[in-house]
Design a protein around this ligand. Sequence first.
Ligand code: WQD
Length: 343
Amino acid sequence: MKTKVLVTGGLGYIGSHTVVALLRANYEPVIIDNLDNSRIGILQQIEKITGVSPEFHYIDLCNEAQLADLITNDESIHNIIHFAAHKAVGESVAEPLKYYRNNFNSLFSILKAFEGKKMNLVFSSSCTVYGQPDELPVSEVAQVKKAESPYGNTKQVAEEILQDVATADKLKNIISLRYFNPVGAHESALIGELPSGVPQNLVPFVTQSAAGKRGPITVFGNDYDTPDGSCIRDYIHVVDLAEAHIAALQLLEKGNAEGNYDVFNVGTGNGYSVLELINAFETTTGVKLNYQIGPRRAGDIVKVWGDVTKSREKLGWQARLGIEEMMRSAWAWEQYLQTNQIN
Ligand code: WQD
């Protein structure tokens, strides 16, 4: 009998890669998704990679009753990885209530459905909670600063809620994973990032520009206090990120998360500037990029990369894939999308 793991947002970018990793690790993923920012066609893509079409429930997590029915009817579900949330920083500034309502109500639905029950929860958090760190690399004990966006605030407050719940209820074992910048795609090029509209994030814009779907890349500022003037980020391959969720789940199953609540940085520990990433893409793929220097983007922090010591020593996980494989796989996925439609 395989251990079931509920994966909310399991058809999304990071969710789908984690479902593949769960299947590889001999778990039985049960996907919940409202298809708000994902496509049902990803199910078939997962089956092409793994030979398995995972159990799928078309559920909006804000609908408490739908989730409660699923959890009540399947007593064997104790493990949950919670990805489902709105995550566009800019949109959250324009529509804060949409973000607070969705991201908190979905979390409350999960906590209500598991009331009185054992629950191992891996929560999708973000390095955005650090803001611009005072010290780099930034470690998990660094001060969590006032979020720069309602999106970032939903992650900060959710972490506080989960810590309080874990303190009050010893049946709840919870780990928050603070992602740095997820990029790249599965080696099969059958799943990857599917941004809707004009990509807000750097790498999908780079690959769409390289594919001729977009015009030149605009580098948002090259007058920052960094070696080449452009912002620095800790880019992490989405496959490494997915594996971190398996490691977190296994730590929870062993029951030795610190005081039944713990937090881990999930990054590589290395920082790359925007211009260095552009160069890495060109060198790795042989595709020349067309880019221009533009004005700074409001809200951008200058530089952040993670101290990943705790994840290596306590989670027993570290990133394996470098910037070259991040760029190669992102480009291979973009090329797959040139000739394949995912509905
Ligand atoms: C990276 C760098 C931009 C686009 C955000 C969220 C974070 C997470 C990942 C959800 C920055 C520069 C970008 C472009 C550019 N989201 N850039 N031209 O802002 O670090 O992180 O997305 O979990 O929480 O905050 O990622 O990819 O948008 O930007 O120069 O066309 O690339 O200025 O320096 P970011 P990003």
